[in-house]
Write a protein of this length. Sequence first.
Length: 120
Amino acid sequence: MNKKTLVLGASLNPNRYSYLAIKRLVSNQIEVVALGLRKGEVAGVEISTELLLYNDLHSVVLYLNPTRQKEYYNYIVSLKPVRVIFNPGTENPELYTILKQNNIAFEVACTLVLLSTNQY
């Protein structure tokens, strides 16, 4: 099963966890789309700066702090992902409530750890 994933908060900086997540997701043959502040490419994945609508999205992995997430609440819900993963530093009870109301699963976990332990 392809777990098409949106990396929200994607960065072109190789020292950022979102950058590492894109590389690791691609190396695990997971289809990746990415949204960030700057256009660019990481591991063959184009980073968009526009709120594009994706079909059949399995996961949204967050790399934005809770304050920065607010402007994306409606966008995330509109994508109807199976789940949202809150990476360390992105925990957000307000968004948990919105996701619950929209029957979207979520977990507080590290994408890199989930991938390295085959739990993604």
